[in-house]
Design a protein around this ligand. Structure first.
Ligand code: C2E
Ligand code: CA
Ligand code: CA
Ligand code: CA
Length: 279
């Protein structure tokens, strides 16, 4: 009864009530967004050591009728809570495959990859790999063109199950990248059991790499771990030439960040980064 009393108090707190109302409104708006095609994908280029384009990360945006372009940070948590992320995520993968299918037509773009972020709720569904496979064949795209970015917590939630799911995806040629690396506490022991292709250093470590000795040590450790596991290392959030130089000096080979470009629309990306016009 005491606990109930406390909940009741919280419920009638006008501030709490407003928050709750806003949350419900957002969830309702998200359903609308799906049925009214208000989502768009943006692309952020990924480059290698020689500053050659190797692909892009797919980043979701919500083209809201009143609010304009809404960041995923504002709506992904809601989409995860309600489970809508499963449908939204499937839509993102389908869009990525459609872009890859178009790039398949030119020799310049045929080898580029697209990296798509995947939520735990999506990944842990039994039919996830099957659905990704269907999207690839729907667009006639080979699995090697697609990379999925998974977080540490997602991968380590249930290592045995995750490893099996990841193996399923790998057998379709799909590459797997461990996103936001360094923010969790993965041990080498568990990471060794996962069929990863890449580790992605979180931007929070890249940001202060030249000013915070702790971050510098961490980044060096991450790169060492990746080399140990024979994985590629991609740094995200690279904003300055000095950061890139430091990262390169310590063995990083792939880069993404405002130094090269912010995330931009697919049309803008093709205009800026692809030499020949596509059909
Ligand atoms: P993330 O996967 O860590 O993506 C990197 C974020 O850093 C992106 O934010 C990107 O715009 C931003 N960024 C890129 N370069 C720089 C830089 O040089 N400096 C700084 N300060 N930031 C940079 P964005 O696009 O707002 O996405 C936020 C998060 O939303 C992503 O973080 C990802 O976790 C999630 N997200 C985005 N799209 C999807 C999606 O399709 N599905 C799922 N499940 N999550 C998504
Ligand atoms: Ca990511
Ligand atoms: Ca990140
Ligand atoms: Ca720091």
């Amino acid at each position: 009864a005491k606990a109930d009393g406390r909940n009741a108090f919280r419920f009638f707190d006008p501030q709490m009530q407003q928050l709750l109302a806003e949350r419900l409104k957002l969830e309702d708006d998200l359903k609308q967004a799906l049925s009214h095609s208000q989502f768009v994908i943006y692309l952020q280029p990924q480059l290698d050591d020689a500053a050659k384009l190797v692909g892009a990360e797919v980043l979701l945006r919500w083209q809201h009728p009143e609010k304009g372009l809404v960041s995923p940070l504002e709506f992904i948590p809601s989409a995860e809570r309600t489970g809508l992320i499963v449908e939204i995520g499937a839509w993102v993968i389908d869009q990525a495959c459609a872009v890859l299918a178009r790039w398949e037509k030119s020799a310049d773009t045929r080898s580029l990859t697209l990296a798509v972020n995947v939520s735990a709720r999506q990944f842990h569904r039994a039919d996830f790999a099957t659905e990704v496979g269907k999207a690839l064949s729907r667009h006639g795209v080979s699995g090697e063109r697609l990379k999925l970015e998974l977080t540490e917590s997602l991968a380590l939630e249930n290592v045995a199950e995750s490893a099996a799911r990841m193996q399923e995806l790998r057998s379709m040629g799909i590459h797997l990248s461990l996103d936001d690396f360094g923010t969790g506490q993965s041990s080498l022991y568990y990471l060794k059991q996962l069929p990863l292709s890449q580790m992605k250093i979180d931007q929070s470590f890249v940001r202060d790499i030249l000013t915070d000795p702790n971050d510098a040590v961490l980044v060096k450790t991450i790169i060492g771990m990746a080399n140990n596991l024979k994985l590629e290392v991609m740094a995200e959030g690279v904003e300055t030439e000095a950061q890139r130089a430091y990262l390169r000096e310590h063995g990083c080979t792939l880069y993404q960040g405002y130094l090269f470009s912010p995330p931009i629309s697919v049309a803008e990306f093709e205009r800026q980064f692809l030499a020949a016009p596509l059909a």
